[in-house]
Design a protein around this ligand. Structure first.
Ligand SMILES: [Zn+2]
Ligand SMILES: [Zn+2]
Length: 367
């Protein structure tokens, strides 16, 4: 039984991406559980069917699990099972092999719209068997290798990945906001935005559970949101809710963010800042310079009106401030120049890895 072919592996990658993006992130999570956007019923059911194909649970079971976790995590104390609160191995064993049985389970009311939907009830009864038609089709298409990679490996990766990101998203990673009084805070798990379809911005999600957009700050990539915007343009979804559309939460506290050194991806993004449609309405970048070599007039000519200038005799090198991001030296000058002449963004971004070498030993001065 040949189990590896490149074709079968390609099937694994594509089918996993499709069920995680359209099924789990858009269908089960953003739509069914949080109702963060509107769409026709046929589309909702198609997306939710995709969510069932991840292999975690049926749609109603998934809503119940999620609502119980949400409810428990907002209380002042929360059971370790519901907060991924034990060590790595215990949590893996618990989440992947065990069930939590409560003596007095809190009543989780599932909307009648979902609980009484005949299609969702059918999926709820048959969610495991839903893999079978695909297994048969894959077998006919490419033999056992396609069944192994297109079904077994895909379900394993989906279920294991779901646990793994849940573990990190409740234990490790930076926070922008805190929900006061809640036992558990979400964490933003960087560098996993593409494989989690944007679900890794879990601190944002704890703060604004009803938001259709999960990556909120610049640089927080959110493939699920990109997809929703495309579907909105096609007229298939509407009423995409954002944090500003949600009722204010008194218990939500913004944490002060410390300045941080820009990485290469940040620098590339800043290079192309002038290309975005709302460039003119964005707050100007700030350049602080020591005024030894360069005059204000020279800098203003080089950078243009999208860059504010402030003289700072304490600095040794020119520094560019974009929100909390800091860049110094050649890379800062190049990014400033690309604000005035957007065509420079491409050559500058190609040279950026070299220019960034200058940035290493820059002190992170205050705001
Ligand atoms: Zn959470
Ligand atoms: Zn959620």
């Amino acid at each position: 039984m040949a189990t590896f072919t490149w074709g079968a592996f390609a099937l694994f990658v594509t089918s996993t991406a499709i069920v995680l993006l359209f099924g789990h992130s858009l269908g089960s999570h953003r739509k069914l559980i949080h109702g963060s956007f509107q769409c026709p019923k046929w589309l909702e059911r198609t997306l939710v069917y995709g969510g069932t194909m991840v292999g975690l649970a049926g749609p109603i079971g998934l809503v119940r699990q999620h609502d119980l976790r949400d409810f428990a995590q907002r209380l002042p104390r929360c059971h370790d099972y519901l907060r991924n609160g034990r060590g790595w191995f215990v949590d893996a064993w618990w989440q992947l092999n065990c069930d939590l049985v409560l003596d007095a389970e809190p009543a989780v009311a599932i909307e009648p719209r979902i609980a009484n939907d005949r299609f969702y009830r059918f999926l709820e009864r048959t969610w495991m068997a839903q893999q079978l038609p695909w297994a048969l089709a894959f077998h006919a298409w490419g033999g056992w290798a396609f069944v192994f990679w297109g079904v077994c490996a895909r379900v394993t990766a989906g279920v294991f990945g779901h646990w793994l990101i849940g573990y990190f998203a409740h234990n490790h990673g930076p926070m922008r906001r805190v929900v006061t009084g809640a036992a558990v805070q979400g964490r933003n798990v960087r560098f996993t935005s593409l494989i989690t379809m944007g679900e890794c911005w879990h601190n944002n999600h704890h703060a604004y559970p009803g938001s259709a957009r999960l990556g909120l700050a610049a640089g927080e990539w959110d493939p699920g949101w990109w997809c929703l915007v495309a579907l909105e343009r096609a007229g298939l979804v509407w009423d995409l809710r954002l944090p500003a559309d949600l009722p204010p939460r008194a218990e939500l506290v913004e944490l002060p963010q410390r300045p941080r050194r820009a990485g290469l991806v940040d620098a590339w993004r800043l290079c192309f800042r002038a290309w975005s449609r709302d460039a003119a309405s964005r707050p100007a970048l700030l350049v602080r310079w020591p005024a030894k070599l360069l005059s204000r007039h020279a800098l203003a000519t080089l950078f243009g009106p999208q860059v504010r200038l402030r003289r700072d005799p304490d600095l040794h090198r020119l520094m560019l401030c974009a929100g909390k991001l800091r860049l110094a030296g050649m890379s800062a000058i190049a990014i400033g120049a690309a604000q005035r002449r957007p065509w420079l963004a491409l050559p500058i971004s190609l040279a950026m890895p070299l220019l960034m070498l200058h940035c290493r030993r820059m002190p992170l001065a205050t705001a």
